[in-house]
Ligand binder design. Sequence first.
Ligand code: NAG
Ligand code: NAG
Ligand code: NAG
Ligand code: NAG
Ligand code: NAG
Ligand code: NAG
Ligand code: NAG
Ligand code: NAG
Ligand code: NAG
Ligand code: NAG
Length: 369
Amino acid sequence: MAHISSNFILLCLLFFISPGQGQAKSNLTVYTSNTVPKVGSNSTQDVANYTAPMFPLLGFKQYKNNPILAPNPKSNWESAYLYNPAAIVIDNKVWLLYRAQNESLVSTIGLAWSTDGFNFTRYTKPVVQPSEPYETKGTEDPRVVRINGTFYMTYTGYDGTLARLCLATSTNMVNWTKYGPLLPNITDVNYRYDLPINAYAPREGWSKSGAIVPEKIHGLYHMQFGDTWLYTANSTDLIHWNYTRNDLPFAPKLTVWEQALMESAAPPVKTRDGYWIKIYNGVGLGPGGYVTGSYNTGQMLLDMENVPRGPPVARVETPLLRPLTEEETEGQVDNVLFSEGLVQFGGEWKMYFGQGDQFLGVATAALQP
Ligand SMILES: *[C@@H]1O[C@H](CO)[C@@H](O)[C@H](O)[C@H]1NC(C)=O
Ligand SMILES: *[C@@H]1O[C@H](CO)[C@@H](O)[C@H](O)[C@H]1NC(C)=O
Ligand SMILES: *[C@@H]1O[C@H](CO)[C@@H](O)[C@H](O)[C@H]1NC(C)=O
Ligand SMILES: *[C@@H]1O[C@H](CO)[C@@H](O)[C@H](O)[C@H]1NC(C)=O
Ligand SMILES: *[C@@H]1O[C@H](CO)[C@@H](O)[C@H](O)[C@H]1NC(C)=O
Ligand SMILES: *[C@@H]1O[C@H](CO)[C@@H](O)[C@H](O)[C@H]1NC(C)=O
Ligand SMILES: *[C@@H]1O[C@H](CO)[C@@H](O)[C@H](O)[C@H]1NC(C)=O
Ligand SMILES: *[C@@H]1O[C@H](CO)[C@@H](O)[C@H](O)[C@H]1NC(C)=O
Ligand SMILES: *[C@@H]1O[C@H](CO)[C@@H](O)[C@H](O)[C@H]1NC(C)=O
Ligand SMILES: *[C@@H]1O[C@H](CO)[C@@H](O)[C@H](O)[C@H]1NC(C)=O
C-alpha cells in the first residue's frame, strides 16, 4: 500500500500516531554486497521440481523470526522504511525487489537475494530510483514476472499528487529500462473512508498495483491493476497496454474484509488444471472485525481462458494473512500486511509482504500433495 485517501491520512494523524522513523525495533544483521550474482538469458527460473498449486492454496503461517529485512540506518536510501517486496526464484535463489524509503520518505527499489529464502543479502545501491517528472516522490511497490528471459517490473511512479502504474524491464535484475506510465488516460475512484456511507470520488489518472499474468492467452497478455477494485488491461507485447476508460471492474469488492479497496498482490500463479490463483490485498472498513484501513491478503481463482475480463470464478472468503504482529499493527501505517511476492522454494510456498509499511516479512505454507 502507499497512497491512501487524504481522508484516511487525517484519520491516521488523529487516531494512530505512528512511532518515529527508522526505529531500531529489529536487530537483524544487515548483509550487503557491492556486486550482484550474475543473472542472464540462460539463468533458470523456479526450482527444478516445481509443483503447480491447486486452488485454494491455504495454510500460510508467519515466519517466527520476522522481520527478515529492516531499514538499514547506514544506507541513506533505505534508512527509514523497507517493505513491499516482489519475489522470484532465479538460479536457485530467491530474489526480492523491495520498496525502501529514505528520511525524506522518497521511495526507491532495492534488490536482495537469498539461498534459503529467509536470510537475504542486499545490493548496496537501489536498482530503480526516481529519474522522471512523474516519479519525483518515489518509485514504489514493485511486482515482477520473467517472460522469454526478460524481467517485467510494474511499479508505482509517484509525484506527490498522482500514482501512476509504470513499467521497467531488465535481463539481469540490476539494469532497468523505464517505459513510463502504462495507462495515462485511466480513471479510478477513491473510497471515502470518512463518510458513513459507501461514497466514491472520481480519481482521474490514478493507477497502481499491476500484476501481469505471465503467459500469453489466446494471443494476449493480461494484467489486473487498481487501487479500489481490480481492473484489467491487455497487451500483445507487454510494453503497450490496451484498456477501457471507465471500464467495469475485473473484480468488484465482495467479501467483508475487502469492502474499502482491493489491490493486486503477487502475479497470478497457474494451477494444475489451467486456472490461475491470484493473491490480492483487501482493506477492511470495521465490519467483521477488520479494522478500518487494515490491509489483509486473500486469494481468488481466475479463468483466464474463458473470462479474461473477469469476474473471478471463486474467492476464499477469509484472508490468508492478517496484520497481527506488532510490526504490522503499529507502523508507518498501522494494521498493514501487504503482499507482493509468492514463490515455491525450499520445499514450501513463501509469501513475502510488507509489515506496517516499515519492515519486510515472509509466511510459509506446505506444498500440496
Ligand atoms: C535481538 O537478537 C537477540 C539474539 O539473536 C534476540 O534474542 C532478541 O530477541 C532480538 N531482539 C529483537 C528486538 O529482535
Ligand atoms: C550461459 O551458460 C553458459 C554455461 O554456463 C555460459 O558459458 C554462458 O556464458 C552463459 N551465457 C550467457 C549469455 O550468460
Ligand atoms: C531522499 O531522496 C531524494 C531523492 O533522491 C533526495 O532528494 C532527498 O534529499 C533524500 N533525503 C535525504 C534525507 O537524504
Ligand atoms: C546469512 O547470510 C550471510 C551472507 O551470505 C552469511 O554470512 C550468514 O552466515 C548467513 N546467516 C545464516 C544464519 O544463515
Ligand atoms: C548496470 O548497472 C551497473 C550498476 O548500476 C552499472 O555499473 C553498469 O554500468 C550497468 N550496465 C549497463 C550496461 O548499463
Ligand atoms: C482520454 O479519454 C477521454 C474520454 O474517453 C477522451 O476524450 C480523450 O481523448 C482521451 N485522451 C487520450 C490522451 O487518450
Ligand atoms: C515469448 O515467446 C512466445 C513463444 O515464442 C511468444 O509467443 C511471445 O510473443 C513472446 N513474448 C514476448 C513478450 O516476447
Ligand atoms: C484494444 O482493444 C480493442 C477492442 O478489442 C481493439 O479494437 C483495439 O485495436 C485494441 N488496441 C490495441 C492497441 O491493441
Ligand atoms: C483487451 O482490452 C480491450 C480494451 O479494454 C478490450 O476491449 C478487449 O475486450 C480486451 N480483450 C480481451 C480478450 O480481454
Ligand atoms: C523439491 O526439492 C526440495 C529441495 O530438495 C524439497 O525440499 C522439496 O520437498 C521438493 N519438492 C517436491 C514437490 O518434491
